[in-house]
Design a protein around this ligand. Structure first.
Ligand code: FE
Ligand code: FE
Length: 284
């Protein structure tokens, strides 16, 4: 692949999250979602070039084989959150909230709105899959808007034009509307681009209700939950459950401005919450 940018063009993986939040900031027209401030997010276009060029059917299948064998050791939820906290933002160490703080800002906003405990817990868990960065995965294989591989790319995917660099775009079987899938087969049968959503979903799925599965697995699937794309692959059940993905999304996008949570003070509440749903250790 020629002329691709260096492997990690974002200053930090959270720059992608900040960019998405700016894309959907309140008052911005839905049609403006592709516009962004290159000054504020200089690595974003380069990041999407890599993501769209490298997320192929074969890549996704390979990552599933590699990570869904859960050979990265056993860790508690809190242990994983502390591990993730190693991921500090070098560019701005004083003003950016830590990873645990982002998880807690999300979950605390959910708690304040009086949602059930599994929903609060899901808020805390949602970005734990970013530990993939610490397994040396490049940014484009951890974050980014997710999209189905093995079928035509929707023009509702941001930086859609960069798919021209994806080798799958030259595979005719992968470029029909349904590609390798059956009409309305259900998203469980569809391979989305690999990243932190799919990984955390598989780590915790046995312990949480189905609503949480959808929130975790599809929280970066913006083409579908924000733009209504890929309904031809979704089942009726998916469509119903996406209500929960949409319910979750504002807590992810808009809780960053909230006051910094007092992590040590809140820790006992979260330890109780983890113990209610999970064994002491999970396989990662
Ligand atoms: Fe996320
Ligand atoms: Fe998040």
């Amino acid at each position: 692949m020629n002329n691709l940018p260096p492997s990690n063009p974002l200053r930090h993986v959270d720059e992608w999250d900040d960019y998405v939040a700016s894309r959907y900031q309140e008052g911005k027209a839905a049609s403006d979602f592709r516009k962004y401030d290159p000054q504020a997010h200089p690595g974003v276009a380069e990041f999407y070039q890599l993501n769209h060029a490298h997320q192929t059917v074969a890549f996704v299948q390979g990552k599933k084989q590699q990570y869904l064998a859960f050979e990265k050791g056993k860790k508690s939820i809190w242990g994983a959150a502390e591990f993730l906290n190693v991921l500090v933002d070098d560019s701005d160490p004083d003003t950016d909230v830590s990873q645990i703080e982002h998880l807690m800002q999300t979950s605390e906003a959910i708690r304040k709105d009086g949602h059930p405990r599994w929903f609060v817990l899901t808020g805390f868990l949602h970005d734990l899959g970013k530990v993939l960065c610490l397994y040396n995965e490049p940014q484009w294989a951890v974050v980014g808007d997710t999209f189905p591989v093995g079928c035509a790319y929707s023009d509702q995917i941001v930086y859609h034009e960069y798919f021209a660099m994806n080798p799958d775009s030259k595979v005719p079987d992968y470029q029909t509307l349904y590609g390798i899938y059956e009409p309305n087969c259900g998203l469980d049968k569809v391979h989305l681009s690999w990243g932190h959503d799919e990984y955390i979903y598989h780590v915790v799925k046995n312990y949480l209700p189905e609503e949480a599965h959808y929130m975790l697995r599809y929280h970066s699937f913006y083409p579908a939950h924000r733009h209504g794309a890929y309904q031809h692959l979704m089942s009726k059940h998916d469509e119903k459950m996406f209500e929960w993905v949409r319910k979750f999304n504002p807590y992810d996008l808009y809780s960053k401005g909230a006051a910094r949570p007092n992590v040590l003070e809140l820790k006992p509440y979260y330890e109780d919450l983890f113990a209610e749903f999970f064994p002491a250790q999970l396989a990662w």
